[in-house]
Design a binder for this molecule. Sequence first.
Ligand code: NFS
Length: 658
Amino acid sequence: MEKEESGSKKPVVNPKDLTICEATARMLEKARKDGVETAFDRALNMKACPIGADSACCKHCAMGPCRLNSKDPYGKVGVCGATIDTIQARNFARMVATGAAAHTDHGMAMVDLFREVVNGNIKEYRIKDTDKLIKVAQSIGIETEGRSEKEIATDLYKELERTYTQLEGEIPFAKRVPEKTLETWRKLGIVPRGAMREIMELMHRTHIGVDQHYENITKQSSRTALADGWGGSMVATEISDILFGTPTPVAVEVNMGVLKKDQVNVIIHGHEPNMFESMLVSVNEPTLIQAAKDAGAQGINLVGMCCSGAEMMSRHGIPHAGNFMSTEAILVTGAVDAMCVDIQCIKQGLVSVADCYKTPLITTNIRAHIEGATHIEFDHHNPQKCTDEVVIMAITRFKNRTAAIEIPNIRNTGIHGFSHEYINYMLGGTFRGSYTPLNDNIINGRIRGVAGVVGCTNPRIKQDWAHVELVKELIKNDVLVLQTGCSQISLAKAGLYTPEAACLAGSGLREVCETVGMPPVLGMGSCVDNSRILIAASEMVRIGGLGNSIADLPAAGAAPEWMSEKAISIGQYFVASGVYTVFGVTFPIVKETKFHKLLFEGLEQQGLGKWGFTPDPYEMAKMMIAHIDKKRKALGLDKGKERVLVDMAARREMDAAA
Ligand code: NFS
């Protein structure tokens, strides 16, 4: 795939070998012509450190850093005596701690906002989904009968604050965990307390000379990850739904063609929905629209990227320009008049790309400044101050556009916004909303099982390719796929978010999709919305017929192109919840070690799920399907309740036999 450019030492790679996203490939070509470097280039020029990739080094103290030999992992130990298992478990734990901290801090920001709204200190936002408020309150035992919205909401924010601060006992959403799963956690001592305590304890235990048993460290990793999935992430999703509305299916355009040459293009990139919600107000402000027109534009075009984009497309149908590995390429179009970011997954490299095209790159969050970007702080007490200013900057850039503009004319329309609540309604109807039809279809074998395919894109693998190939294999084998985040965008670009894509599914899944009118792949939103998948799984257990715990379900998870520590935290909370979870690209571990055995086998023996790894999406599909089949067998669902088509000839035969 690589060839030497004459006179140059650097390998030149065809962009089509780096991504299957045509728009991104085209923009990578343009970037080359424009002399702009992207993460794809840097990944080619930077060999990943092989010792770090195997997690065989420790740099937690100044006696080291110590490097062990991944070919002979038990051949030596660190200066303090730490074994390969301690070192790997410690490194893994710190990835979980950081990932969990990111999600729970995002959730904390949502609690802060909710508290201020409920107490009347913020007027710009309000409770939009009262029905959801009541349901969430009821799910954790808050009395709602005959009480005012304010009383319920006050109790709810106080209760949800325990997700972070609870010193002893169980976090509120532990009440949503299926009983048998919770029983396993209690037995293992991994029911989470407040996230602040769990993350603090995990950081403490991974300091030099504290917890030096890989099994004990991993227990705390599970507990911390669960404080993310059933805690911080779930709080982020539920409060966002209460304040901004629970998603229902909506047709959305995805891909770079959503940028408009004759409009002021404002892009929002990050994770917290509040700044994006306020930007939606600013771009609809008549005086700003007029200002855009006065500058010669047809209007203001608001577009999302990455996870905040995935959240806003699900909730409001806002168009989405692309996922993590397209963020620089989108700037290369020259059409972006302002890129406004908040937290997480924002490459520092965006600064220099934005600079080349004279696009203002604006950081807005107190926790995330970037050197070289313009910082306009977003304060949720006065949100429009920041967002209006960004729009004005964008209009100014539009008026003074100098960059050559080239927008790949590619848009993929699909249906997104399948919240857990909507799936309930879609399958069961308004009056008897229920997961019963889904369970029935799994029991009768039309649907073989359910898979969650989520996570990032990563320049170490051809962008979108593993996501798309994996999902195609799964649906072909009658596995219903639930998605979030960048993975959802990969599949949207591949055209799988249309009801017509059901033709790519196996006959059983196709029949269900056609009956309900749904795509074979259901998009649930951003990465914190993986909590919706946990709730859906719990509901499947509650309805019955598929075992008593999440670990019994014919289900599996995957992040085939992961790159972030958040993905590791997500993986660990899915595993600890009972799900077989397979990662692609690379896995930070040395094979044939005790720690490897624990993650890939031991946790399952304890009644949890387990990890899997392969960079090959076809192999990944096989592994997930084999696991689903194993679970079907354990439930006694393998004895093929084969549906026999009885035609006239068969009937006559039956009559004759009688
Ligand atoms: Ni989630 Fe990865 Fe980032 Fe979202 Fe995309 S890269 S772990 S999918 S935007 S968080």
